[in-house]
Design a protein around this ligand. Structure first.
Ligand SMILES: [Zn+2]
Ligand SMILES: [Zn+2]
Length: 846
C-alpha cells in the first residue's frame, strides 16, 4: 500500500515551523484575488475597508490581533461563497516619519531641500512597509496583494488631491483665519483628535489687577479716577505669561462677591492694558478667586468667550512657541522663560499674592507631548456637519454597538471645523496657488493631478485678473485626509457614478474619533452615502501583567517572538480565544502554549485517522450501515457546524473555536475514537461492514473539521486537507477554496439514534473512569456489564471499548445496588452502578 507508507512518514510531533514554511512557499496567492467577474456572475461582494497602518516598521501585536479578526472573517466569507476583497494599504505620510528621518540622518528638516527630505522619508517608508508586510505574510493573512495601495504613490496622491478640489468647489473645504491647536515643537497646526490630555502639576498664581474704574462709576460715566488708594481684585492663573494677551476679565453673574465689578475696567499688571469685566455663567466661581482672565488664547474656553463677546485678538505666542512683540521686554523668550521672569517681576511689584500647587489637565501634542498652544492662523478646514455625521453613524451597524456612542460624544465635543493644513513636508501638497496680484485662489484641473505647487506652476492665468504670477501654498494635508478615503478607494469609486457602501470596516477603538469619524464625514461630503454597512471595533492588547503594553513597563510582546516559538496557527488561536471582539485582550504565554498543545492533539488525531483512512475511498452513504455511535458522532458534528456558523456570523470567534476544540478533543478523540477503535482495526464482530461504517464517520468528521478550522488555523487546515483529500485526488486545490460545510447530516439521524449513541458513550466513559479510579488497566477485561434499558441497544462498541461482555436486560431495575448485590451474593466492593439519565442503569462487575 503506497499511501500507507507515505503516511508512515508523519512524525509523532507536529512541527509547526516546518509545515507553515512549506505552505507559505506553496500557496498560490491568486486564491485570494478579488475578481470583478465573480461579482458580475452573481457572487455577492464582501469588501473590507482594511486599515492602512502607519509604516513604523513594526507590525505590533495590536495590529496582529485586528488582522487576525479580519482574516477569520475574510476566509470564512470566501468559504461561504462571497467574492471577498481583503486589500491592504499603507498610510505613509505624517510627522512620526519626519521625526525618524531627522533622527537617523542627524538633520533638521530645514537642513536639506524639501525634495531631498521627502525622498528620505519615502525611502524609510518603503523599508518599513517591507518589514511589516513580511510579518503579515508570515501570520498567514489572506490579503489580495494585487490590491495593495500606498498613499505616498502618485495614483493615491492624485485621489486625495482630487477629493480636495471636489470639496473645495462644493464649499465643504475653506480657508480661514481661525484659532487652531498648535504644537510649538512640531511647528504645525493639529486637529482636535491629535490633542491628548495629561494630568500635570502646575502653580496657580494669585495676581492683583488694579480696578481703574468701578462698575457704578462706569454707569454714571462721571469724573476721573480716585487716586489716593487704588483698589485691587485678585485673579488666579496658571499662565501668567499670557498677561500680555489678556483681553477681558469675567465673573459668574450670580457671584455676590463680584456683582459690583461687572462693567468695570481693570488694568492688567505689567502690561498696563485696560480690560473690561463682564459676567458669564461659564465662569466657575469655585476655581481660584472666582474671577478669570480671558487671553487669546489660553484654552478652548477662551476661544468660546472670544467669539461670543467679540473680543480683540492679542497674540503673544508665535508659531515656534516664542513671545511676540506684544510681550514687550519678554519678546523672543520661550513660554517657560517668560513665565519665570513675569513671576519674578510680579513679586518685585508686590502684585503676586500667593502661589498654590494644583493638578491640571493639560492638552499636549500626541506626537511629542509638548503642551499645545491655541493660536490664530490662516488655515484650511473641512466643514464638520455634526448632525449629519451622527445620523449616518446610526445607519451603520456597530459591533459592539456601544462604540457608536463614543463617536457621537466625540462629535458633540468638537468646537470648530477640522483643520486639515499642516506646516510639514512629508504629506500630500495642498493643490493650490494664490494670485500674486489679486490674491484669488488658483486651482489645477483634475487631469493635472498630482501637483506640487511649490515646484510646479499653474497652466493658465488668474481667472480674476489675468496675472500669471502666483504664490504657491506651502502647506500639506493632514494625513487623515489620505486615509479617510480608503473606503472609496477600495470600492473602486472614481468620483463618478454611484458609490455603494462597502461591507465592513474593521478598526481599533482608539481611532474612532479620527479614522472612523473622518471617513464618515468625507464619504458623506463626496458621495452623500455612508462608507460601510458595518464597523467592527477591536480592543487593545494588554501585557501579561494586565497593563497596556509600553516600553517603560517592559511588557511588550512582538508577534515575531510568538511565531518564532510557537508558529502562526498558535498565535492566531490566541487571538481568537483571547476574548470577545471589542474587549481588550490580555496576552498570555500559557494561552499560546495551550494553542500549540491543541495543534499537537489534532495532529495525533490526524495521524491515527490516516492510518485507518489510507486506502479509504469515500463510500456512498447508501452502502454504509452506520452504527449508533457513528450516527451520534455525525449528529454532534452537524450541531457543531450549525453553532460555529452562527458564531462566525456574529463575530464570536472565541465561542466558535472553543466549540471546535471541545468537539475535537472530547467528542471525537476521547469518546468516538476510543469506542470505534476496534472496528477501525477490523477486529470486531461486524467485520468489514463495521469498519466501513466507522471509516465513513471518521472521514466525514475529519473533512468537516479541516474546513471549520480553516479560518483560524489556515496552515494546519491545509496540511489536513492535503493528507485527507488531495493525496487521494479529492477536493478543491486548497482547503481555502472549499465551501463552508453544511450542517445537514449525510443520512437521516433520529433522536433515538442520538440517544442510543449517548448511552453507549456515557457507559464507556463511566467504565473507563471506574477502571482508572481502581487502578485497573483500561484494556483489562472485567467480569461483565449489565445494562437495564427499556429499548434495544447495540452492545458491540461497548464490549469492544471496555473489553468486557455486556448483557442487556429490557425494562427498568427498581432495586438498589445493595439489594441487588446482596441477592446475587456479590461483595459490594466488587461492583458499581452507572446511571444514564432516568431510563438506563448499568451495573459493572469487576
Ligand atoms: Zn508636537
Ligand atoms: Zn489674480
Amino acid at each position: 500500500m503506497a499511501s500507507a507508507s507515505s503516511d508512515a512518514k508523519l512524525s509523532k510531533r507536529y512541527n509547526a515551523e516546518e509545515i507553515e514554511r512549506k505552505w507559505l512557499e506553496r500557496w498560490d496567492d491568486s486564491l485570494y484575488r478579488f475578481k470583478e467577474e465573480d461579482v458580475a456572475a452573481g457572487k455577492p461582494p464582501y469588501i473590507i475597508d482594511t486599515p492602512p497602518p502607519y509604516p513604523t516598521g513594526d507590525f505590533h501585536i495590536g495590529n496582529a490581533l485586528n488582522w487576525c479578526y479580519i482574516d477569520f472573517i475574510a476566509r470564512y466569507k470566501r468559504m461561504r461563497g462571497y467574492a471577498v476583497l481583503f486589500p491592504q494599504g499603507w498610510d505613509c505620510h505624517g510627522l512620526p516619519t519626519e521625526v525618524k528621518v531627522e533622527e537617523t540622518h542627524g538633520i533638521s528638516k530645514r537642513a536639506v531641500s524639501k525634495q531631498e527630505f521627502r525622498r528620505l522619508c519615502s525611502e524609510l517608508t518603503r523599508k518599513n512597509i517591507a518589514a511589516m508586510k513580511e510579518m503579515m505574510i508570515r501570520l498567514g493573512f489572506s490579503i489580495d496583494w494585487s490590491r495593495e495601495f500606498v498613499t505616498m504613490h502618485d495614483d493615491y496622491k492624485k485621489y486625495t488631491q482630487r477629493s480636495f478640489l471636489r470639496m473645495f468647489r462644493s464649499g465643504e473645504i475653506y480657508r480661514a483665519e481661525h484659532p487652531v491647536n498648535w504644537c510649538p515643537r512640531c511647528e504645525t497646526a493639529i486637529a482636535f483628535a491629535e490633542v491628548e490630555y495629561e494630568e500635570r502639576s502646575a502653580l496657580l498664581n494669585y495676581i492683583r489687577f488694579k480696578i481703574v474704574q468701578s462698575g457704578e462709576e462706569a454707569e454714571k460715566e462721571d469724573v476721573g479716577v480716585a487716586e489716593e488708594s487704588p483698589e485691587y481684585v485678585e485673579i488666579a492663573t496658571t499662565r501668567p505669561e499670557l498677561l500680555a494677551s489678556c483681553v477681558a476679565v469675567a465673573v459668574h453673574p450670580e457671584d455676590e462677591r463680584y456683582k459690583h465689578l461687572i462693567g468695570s475696567t481693570l488694568e492688567v499688571p505689567i502690561f498696563h492694558q485696560k480690560v473690561k469685566v463682564f459676567a458669564d455663567s461659564a465662569v466657575d466661581p469655585s476655581f481660584g478667586t472666582g474671577v478669570v482672565m480671558i487671553c487669546t488664547f489660553g484654552d478652548r474656553q477662551d476661544v468660546r468667550w472670544w467669539k461670543a463677546h467679540r473680543l480683540p485678538l492679542r497674540a503673544s505666542i508665535d508659531e515656534r512657541g516664542r513671545m511676540t512683540h506684544i510681550a514687550g521686554k519678554y519678546a523672543g523668550m520661550n513660554v517657560e522663560e517668560c513665565k519665570k521672569k513675569i513671576i519674578e517681576d510680579l513679586k518685585k511689584q508686590g502684585l503676586l499674592v500667593k502661589q498654590e500647587r494644583i493638578k491640571q489637565s493639560v492638552g499636549v501634542c500626541w506626537r511629542c507631548k509638548t503642551p499645545i498652544e491655541i493660536i490664530s492662523a490662516k488655515q484650511w478646514f473641512v466643514r464638520v456637519h455634526k448632525e449629519k455625521v451622527k445620523e449616518a453613524a446610526r445607519k451603520i451597524k456597530w459591533h459592539p454597538e456601544h462604540f457608536r456612542l463614543r463617536l457621537e460624544n466625540w462629535v458633540d465635543s468638537m468646537e470648530w471645523d477640522w483643520c486639515i493644513s499642516r506646516q510639514r513636508i512629508f504629506g500630500v501638497p495642498i493643490p493650490v496657488w494664490y494670485c500674486k496680484r489679486c490674491g484669488a485662489v488658483k486651482l489645477p484641473s483634475e487631469d493635472e493631478l498630482p501637483v506640487d505647487p511649490t515646484t510646479q506652476k499653474p497652466s493658465s492665468r488668474c481667472e480674476k485678473c489675468g496675472s500669471d504670477e502666483f504664490i504657491p501654498e506651502e502647506d500639506v494635508l493632514d494625513t487623515w485626509m489620505d486615509s479617510s478615503l480608503s473606503a472609496l478607494w477600495v470600492a473602486g469609486w472614481n468620483y463618478e457614478g454611484d458609490f455603494k457602501p462597502v461591507q465592513l470596516r474593521p478598526q481599533g477603538h482608539d481611532i474612532i474619533r479620527t479614522w472612523a469619524f473622518y471617513t464618515i464625514l468625507r464619504c458623506l461630503s463626496l458621495t452623500g452615502k455612508i462608507p460601510w454597512e458595518m464597523i467592527l471595533i477591536n480592543g487593545m492588547v494588554l501585557g501579561e501583567d494586565g497593563f497596556k503594553m509600553s516600553k517603560s513597563r517592559n511588557n511588550i510582546i512582538s508577534p515575531e517572538e510568538v511565531v518564532a516559538k510557537h508558529g502562526a496557527d498558535a498565535f492566531r488561536q490566541w487571538a481568537a480565544l483571547g476574548g470577545a471582539v471589542g474587549s481588550d485582550v490580555q496576552f498570555r504565554w500559557k494561552d499560546v502554549v495551550a494553542a500549540e498543545r491543541f495543534l499537537q492533539k489534532l495532529w495525533s488525531i490526524l495521524r491515527f485517522s490516516l492510518i485507518h483512512l489510507a486506502d479509504y475511498k469515500p463510500l456512498p452513504v447508501e452502502k454504509v450501515n452506520l452504527k449508533a455511535i457513528d450516527k451520534w458522532l455525525l449528529a454532534k458534528l452537524s450541531a457543531l457546524v450549525a453553532s460555529v456558523t452562527e458564531d462566525m456570523e456574529k463575530f464570536k470567534f472565541d465561542e466558535a473555536l472553543k466549540r471546535i476544540k471541545a468537539f475535537a478533543w472530547g467528542t471525537l478523540a476521547d469518546d468516538y475514537i476510543e469506542i470505534a477503535k476496534s472496528r477501525l482495526y477490523g477486529d470486531s464482530k461486524s467485520g468489514e461492514e463495521g469498519r466501513n461504517a466507522a471509516r465513513f464517520a471518521l472521514f466525514e468528521t475529519m473533512k468537516t473539521l479541516s474546513l471549520l478550522i480553516a479560518p483560524f488555523m489556515p496552515f494546519f487546515a491545509e496540511e489536513m486537507h492535503e493528507r485527507l483529500l488531495r493525496s487521494k485526488g479529492l477536493g478543491a486545490r486548497s482547503v481555502h477554496a472549499e465551501r463552508w460545510p453544511d450542517a445537514k447530516t449525510p443520512v437521516e439521524i433520529s433522536e433515538d439514534d442520538v440517544r442510543e449513541g449517548e448511552i453507549i458513550a456515557e457507559i464507556v466513559r463511566s467504565v473507563r473512569r471506574l477502571k482508572a479510579q481502581r487502578g485497573i488497566p483500561l484494556n483489562k477485561p472485567l467480569r461483565k456489564i449489565e445494562i437495564f434499558c427499556e429499548f434495544p441497544i447495540d452492545v458491540e462498541d461497548i464490549e469492544n471499548a471496555t473489553a468486557t461482555p455486556v448483557e442487556v436486560k429490557r425494562g427498568k431495575s427498581m432495586e438498589s445496588i445493595e439489594e441487588k448485590m446482596n441477592k446475587e451474593g456479590e461483595s459490594h466492593g466488587n461492583t458499581a452502578e452507572i446511571a444514564v439519565g432516568d431510563a438506563v442503569r448499568a451495573f459493572v462487575y469487576f
